[in-house]
Every structure is written in structure tokens, then in C-alpha cells.
Design a binder for this molecule. Structure first.
Ligand code: NAP
Length: 317
């Protein structure tokens, strides 16, 4: 029966290219589970790819129609052959279809059982759907930069999906955390444990200096200007892929170590993030929630670049 509402694009373009279609509910193959999705996370890469920008769009250009979405939480409906440990009703979450297939903007999907995490009791479906890409990107960026106790760490875009998790993980590692944001988010990033650097009040490097690590979640000229806030041994991880080469080149001219990164799905990290959320050591902020059929609005909002925390799509019941 075609009662699986799914958003698809049939061509790259603006948010309005996201259209609902009704597909069949898929059957789980061996090793897979069928999940009834409750929430899908919205990430900037979803909108960039929809618009035809970046590596995922290049790879998918002959593969349309395409359904965006890598973050999801939901409930197991059925398990395929050979699946152990997942039964109907189990709450699950995960980073699905990465990097090319995506597909979480959908009422039902199948995923490899070995890619899914069980959602602990105290974690809401919303929090679980917000964590896969943002949480694992934050985790892997801090790991790549080798952040350790006592490091002075500057995080650009501390109020965003990745940034607000990165602040908390860096604090948990014992770092001294500074986070850039607009004036309206100063209180928000301070409440997460960072010293706020208001980028509307002047240059970042005029407000903070001598940093050991820069976690660049803005990229381009903003990332390049923030290199001046580092000490001479400063390490840089620049996360927006489209401007990574430019930031790395500028860092090289200052004899600083800089690396780009692409998040890599890691179930053990997802389990650990969920456990932190379960025990109250990680707080996730949901900046907005839209019904699935209003995915175009959610994309317009994520493209504004000023979401606080995460945006979610809620599936119809
Ligand atoms: N390479 C990878 O694997 C990977 C993985 C995940 C994300 N990314 C990329 O990383 C970037 C961040 O992702 P995200 O999900 O955190 O994005 P996001 O949630 O959309 O970020 C929004 C935040 O950016 C802040 N912001 C905007 N302009 C700023 C500026 N000039 N200085 C400081 N903060 C600014 C906004 O705060 P204010 O409203 O206060 O300005 C807002 O809270 C995106 O480019 C994304 O595509 C890459």
C-alpha cells in the first residue's frame, strides 16, 4: 500500500522542489529493520544537496529523484532475517543512508540493524533525531583536533546544531571553551558552559586570542579571520566542506595545522551521545519543528543560517 509519505526532489533547486509523494512501505531485507520514523533531523547538507551544491549533489546528479535526510528516530515495526536484539516497538535512532542515499524525510524506512542505536528511556524521540549528524560531527571534530583538558578551544557557530553539542563535549573533556555567536545567542552559549564571543560586536580575534584549537563551523572568510585567534601551535578543524580548501590554505600561510573532515557514521559514538543525554550530561536544543509536508519551510529556515540548536521534521501519524 502506498501510504509512506516521503519528500523527494526530482531536480536540484529551491526549497519548493521538495514535494511529498506516497511510496510503498519497504520490506526489511536480511539484516535490516523496518522503522516507522517519528522525527527526521534537518541539516545544512540536506539543503545544500537539494540546491545542487557540494559533493553529495555531484554524486547524486544522475540519481534523482532523491529523498534528503540522514538523521532519524522512530520505532521498529519489523525485523528482517538474521536480525537479533530488535523487536517491534523498540525505539531506535541513527545516521542513515550516509553519504549518498540519505532518505530520512520519510514515514517509513529500512536500515541495517547494525547501524541503529537503541534510544534510552530518558531520551525523547526529538533529542534522538537531533543527535546523529550534529553529535557525531562535534565528537569527531574534537577528536581530530586532539582536544584535551586545559586546551583553550574556540568554536565558531556555537549556537548551531553541531556547535551547541561541541561546546558541551569540549567542556566534558575539560577544555576552556569560547564560542562565537550573535548577540541574541550570548546567553544561550554561556548557559552551555562557553565564554561567548559576540561576532556582531567586532572581530573575533580582537575578543579572544592564544587559542590552542579552532573548531570552524562557519568556514570561508569567517573561518580564515578566526585563525588570528590561535597561538603559534594552534590546530584547526574546518568543517564546511565547500570552503575547507580555502581555510586550509590560509592556515598553511600562517604555518598552522588545519584539516577538513567529513563525518563518518559511528554507532558506538551515537550510543555514547545517547547515554550522555539519558544521564543529563548532554542537553539538546530543538530550535524548530515542522510537519513533514512543510519540509520546504524547514529548508528555508536552515538556509537562513541562524537556527538555534536543531530543526526537526515530524512525521504524520
Ligand atoms: N563536513 C561534515 O561532515 C559536516 C557535518 C555537519 C555539518 N557540516 C557543516 O558545518 C556547518 C555547521 O553545521 P550546523 O549543523 O551546526 O549548522 P547550523 O545549525 O545551521 O548553524 C546555525 C548557527 O550558525 C550560527 N552562525 C551563523 N553565522 C555565524 C557567524 N558568522 N559566526 C558565528 N556563528 C554563526 C548561527 O548563530 P547566530 O544566529 O547567533 O548567528 C546559528 O546558530 C554547516 O556548514 C554544515 O554544512 C559539515
Amino acid at each position: 500500500m502506498s501510504n509512506n509519505m516521503t519528500l523527494v526532489i526530482t531536480a536540484f533547486g529551491g526549497p519548493e522542489t521538495l514535494a511529498p509523494v506516497f511510496k510503498d512501505i519497504p520490506e526489511p531485507a536480511a539484516g535490516e529493520v523496518l522503522v516507522k520514523v517519528e522525527f527526521a533531523g534537518v541539516n545544512p547538507i540536506d539543503a545544500k544537496t537539494r540546491a545542487g551544491l557540494g559533493w553529495a549533489a555531484q554524486q547524486n546528479k544522475d540519481n534523482l529523484p532523491w529523498t534528503p535526510g540522514y538523521d532519524m528516530s522512530g520505532v521498529v515495526v519489523a525485523a528482517g532475517d538474521g536480525v537479533e536484539g530488535f523487536e517491534a516497538g523498540q525505539r531506535v535512532a541513527g545516521l542513515v543512508g550516509f553519504p549518498l542515499q540519505a532518505g530520512a524525510y520519510s514515514q517509513y524506512l529500512t536500515a541495517g540493524a547494525d547501524t541503529l542505536s537503541k534510544v534510552p528511556e530518558n531520551v525523547t524521540a526529538q533529542t534522538a533525531a537531533a543527535l546523529p549528524v550534529a553529535g557525531q560531527t562535534a565528537w569527531q571534530a574534537l577528536e581530530k583536533a586532539g582536544v584535551k583538558a586545559g586546551d583553550k578551544v574556540l568554536i565558531l557557530a556555537g549556537a548551531g546544531g553541531v556547535g551547541h553539542v561541541a561546546i558541551q563535549l569540549a567542556k566534558a573533556l575539560g577544555a576552556d571553551v569560547f564560542a562565537s555567536c550573535s548577540q541574541s545567542n550570548v546567553g544561550f552559549v554561556q548557559a552551555l558552559g562557553a565564554s561567548a564571543v559576540d561576532y556582531t560586536a567586532g572581530d573575533i580575534a580582537g575578543q579572544v586570542s592564544g587559542c590552542d584549537v579552532l573548531i570552524d563551523l562557519v568556514g570561508g572568510n569567517v573561518g580564515i579571520a578566526a585563525l588570528d585567534a590561535l597561538n603559534e601551535n594552534g590546530r584547526v578543524v574546518t568543517i564546511p566542506t565547500i570552503t575547507a580548501e580555502a581555510v586550509k590554505e590560509a592556515a598553511g600561510e600562517k604555518a598552522l595545522q588545519a584539516e577538513g573532515m567529513l563525518v563518518s557514521p559511528d554507532k558506538a559514538q551515537m550510543d555514547a551521545l545517547l547515554e550522555m543525554a539519558d544521564s543529563g550530561r548532554l542537553m539538546v536544543t530543538i530550535g524548530g519543528k515542522y510537519p513533514l509536508e512543510q519540509g520546504a519551510q524547514a529548508h528555508s529556515v536552515i538556509e537562513s543560517g541562524h537556527v538555534r540548536g536543531k530543526l526537526l521534521l515530524e512525521m504524520p501519524n
